[in-house]
Every structure is written in C-alpha cells, then in structure tokens.
Design a protein around this ligand. Structure first.
Ligand code: APR
Ligand code: PHB
Length: 393
C-alpha cells in the first residue's frame, strides 16, 4: 500500500503540472498513467498558450525552454471572402500569445517530474477509484502482473475525456452538457516554413482551414473534413490543394508545400460536466471539459483549473482551511463556460455546417462587421489572449 496526500490520475499536461506545483509546495503526490511515458510524450496536440498559462508554467519551474523557443504572436489573421484581416491582439488588449507545442509542454513537465524523483506510475492497467466519499479514498491499479493500492486524502482526476475518474461518479451526481459538431479537423505537420508569420483562420465556402506552426521551419495545417472521411482519402497532394483553395490567394501563392510527417483527423466537441468535485475527487482539464480547437483553449483551460486546484490544496495543507477546495468547482466553471462560449462562437463563425448559402452570407456579414468594429474586435481579442485571472499564478 502506497500512502500519499494527493493521487493524480493521468500524466497529461494537467496531471503533470499539478504534480509539479504540489511538489514545489511540499505536498506529496503520486501520478498514475495508463499509457507509457513514450506514448504520452509523443502525442501531437495544439500549441497556442495564453500569458496566464505561460506564467503558471514559469511558476512551476518549467519555463526556461518555453521562453527560449516559443514564438510570441501579437496578432492572428482572419481569412474570408478572398481577403485576410489582422486581429491586433497586442494593440487591442496589451497581451500576446505564445506558440509552443503542447507536446513540448508535456516533455518539459515530464523531465522536471523525473528530475525531481516524482512517483510516476506508467502503464497502469485497470485503474479504479474507491471510497471517494470517505476521508481516505483508495486508487487501485494493476502493474507487472499484480494489484497495487494507493491510499490518499484526495484524488485529482486529470485523465482526460475518456478517463476513469469521471466514470467513477454516479451519473445522478452530475450534469453533463455536450455539443458534437458535424465535422472534424484533418491536420498535418510538415517541415516547411509557415505560410505566414502569424496564424490564419480561414472561412471558405468549401470549409474551414487553419495555418499554424511549431517553429520557423515546421508548419501545422488543418482543413475541415467530414467525420466519415478516412486518412487514406487524403494523400498529401489533395491536402495541399484543398488548403490552398481555402486560403486567400496571396497566402496560397506563398505557401511552401512538402511531405507530411504526421497526419490525423480529430472530431470537434464541446463538453462540460458539473460539478467538478465529487467527495474527495476533483476533476481538472479534459476530464471535466472539452472545447473545439478553434479557439485554442484546451490546454489553457486545463492550466486554469490546475492553477485554482493546486492553490486550494496548498491552503488546505498549510492552514487546514478547505474554503478554496469547496469553491473550486464554482470558480473554474465560470471560466470554463466563458471559454466554451468563445470556442463555440469561433467554430460557428468559421466552419461550414450546411450547403445553406444564406448561412454562409451571415457568417461573412459577421466577419465583415467584426473587422470594422473596434468594440467587436476587442471582444474577440480579449477572449483569444485569455480572460484575466483574479489571482497571480
Ligand atoms: N487511468 C490512468 N490514466 C489514464 C486513464 C486511466 N483510466 N485514462 C486516460 N488516462 C491518461 C491518458 O493516457 C492521458 O495521458 O490521462 C491523460 C489525460 O491527458 P489529456 O487527455 O492530455 O488531458 P489533460 O491533461 O487534461 O490535457 C488537456 O489536452 O487534449 C488536450 O486539448 C486538450 O490541450 C488540452 C489538454
Ligand atoms: C495548432 O497549432 O495546432 C493550433 C493552433 C490554434 C488553434 C488550434 C490548433 O486554434
């Protein structure tokens, strides 16, 4: 039997960041992960960080490479009706965003945890949570052919949308809110220079497209695709052709193409569970909420949850006061729903839902209005850079 203060389920960015911050504040914790370390570090995910997330990663002691290698973007572009319009994030809000892959964030956190001698259990099978309504819950898992038990004060469910934590809660104890979008994102990674030095989100009658990047020599591109489409239907040549068709001509003509080094299709979903706390179990990150990637809020929302949760555990262990833990759910859900709204709005404005030409005209009118109104632009910029936090990192 392993005894600890906080058992963390999942070694994704939420679980590792929480583990690191608790460690820095002297709170013992164990991380239990179903996959191998290599698998966790190899996942390709998005890469736009709000300043609040950057501040928290710095406070967690994993900011050095991020600050060295990130691309700071003071704006992004909207493509529509054959033109591009730059949203001046810095000018409108005073804030920028950092382009730095989630894969790199996960690697930095993993390295820091391993260097600190953290208790990380990989390839844990049949993870089960018991006694969540008792003072000391138990986490059980199988590894190397035998069953292991962790006795803890609290369980942090950081195991993503498909994890065991939320599934360990009686459906009657929670309410879920979900919207599934009738399309996906086909994304590629390619070692070619980006089409532009800032991101371009494009609304087109053929569907949405996004030009993003990981570095000055590695690009990340996405096109909206049907949910029933298969990767084998999309050879690189067809991908580049479709991407260029959906981008304004000046961007398409400047685009350097090349072989893809990664290609995948991701579905789009909006999802929230309420509340986020069930007895001694606290859900954080994708275990509690999913946003469509359009607003680049996934990782930032996960970090925002961890920011509140680690401070609540620190207060509880330092002073015995569980006030912040009791307010965890309400505090996070406010920010979660605002990010859900922005991500839904951005997805609704930039994607093709039907062949309905009237609907597309409305989208174009929305973008035309938006790009002519400082008030509307400021609202978009504020949400994109990340809404302010009451407290420092
Ligand atoms: N037991 C143990 N670990 C599990 C289990 C389980 N039953 N189920 C899932 N996991 C692990 C997964 O293998 C994964 O490593 O939990 C981890 C969850 O990590 P993420 O899905 O990355 O979720 P989170 O850490 O909350 O990060 C959210 O990830 O998907 C992006 O856009 C999202 O950027 C956001 C970020
Ligand atoms: C990415 O770089 O993968 C990316 C960027 C912005 C998004 C989504 C994904 O909104």
């Amino acid at each position: 039997m392993i005894r600890t203060q906080v058992a963390i389920i999942g070694a994704g960015p939420s679980g590792l960041l929480l583990s690191q911050l608790l460690h820095l504040h002297g709170i013992d914790n164990v991380v239990v992960e179903r996959q191998s370390r290599g698998y966790v570090e190899g996942r390709i995910r998005a890469g736009v960080l709000e300043q609040g997330t950057v501040d928290l990663l710095i406070a967690a002691g994993v900011g050095a490479r991020l600050l060295r290698e990130r691309l700071v973007h003071d704006g992004f572009a909207l493509g529509f009706d054959g033109r591009t319009f730059r949203v001046d994030l810095k000018g409108l809000t005073g804030n920028s965003v950092s382009v730095y892959g989630q894969t790199e964030v996960t690697k930095d956190l993993m390295d820091a945890r391993v260097a600190a001698g953290a208790k990380l259990v990989f390839e844990a099978a049949e993870v089960a949570l018991e006694g969540l309504d008792l003072a000391r819950p138990t986490v059980r898992y199988r590894s190397e052919g035998r069953t292991h038990e962790i006795s803890c004060d609290f369980v942090a469910g950081c195991d993503g949308y498909h994890g065991v934590s939320r599934r360990s809660v009686a459906p009657s104890a929670m309410q879920t809110f979900e919207r599934v979008y009738p399309f996906g994102w086909l994304g590629i990674l390619a070692d070619v220079p980006p089409a532009a030095h800032e991101l371009i989100y494009s609304n087109h009658s053929r569907g949405f497209a996004l030009c993003s990047m990981r570095s000055p020599t590695r690009s990340r591109y996405y096109v909206q695709c049907g949910l029933d489409e298969k990767l084998q239907d999309w050879p690189d040549s067809r991908f580049w052709d479709e991407l260029q068709r959906r981008m304004p001509a000046d961007v398409a003509n400047a685009m350097v193409t090349g072989p893809s080094i990664e290609k995948s299709i991701a579905p789009l979903r909006s999802f929230v569970v309420e509340p986020l706390r069930f007895g001694q179990l606290f859900l954080a990150g994708d275990a509690a909420h999913i946003v469509p990637p359009t607003g680049a809020k996934g990782l930032n929302l996960a970090a925002a949850d961890v920011r509140v949760l680690y401070r609540a555990f620190v207060e509880r262990y330092r002073t015995g006061n569980a006030g912040l833990l009791d307010r965890y759910s309400a505090e996070c859900l406010r920010r979660i729903w605002m990010a859900e709204r922005f991500s839904w709005w951005f997805t609704s404005t930039m994607h093709k839902f039907t062949e309905d030409a009237f609907a597309h005209r409305l989208q174009l009118a929305e973008l035309d209005y938006l790009t002519g109104s400082t008030a509307a632009l400021t609202s978009v910029a504020e949400n994109y850079v990340g809404l302010p936090f009451e407290s420092p990192a």
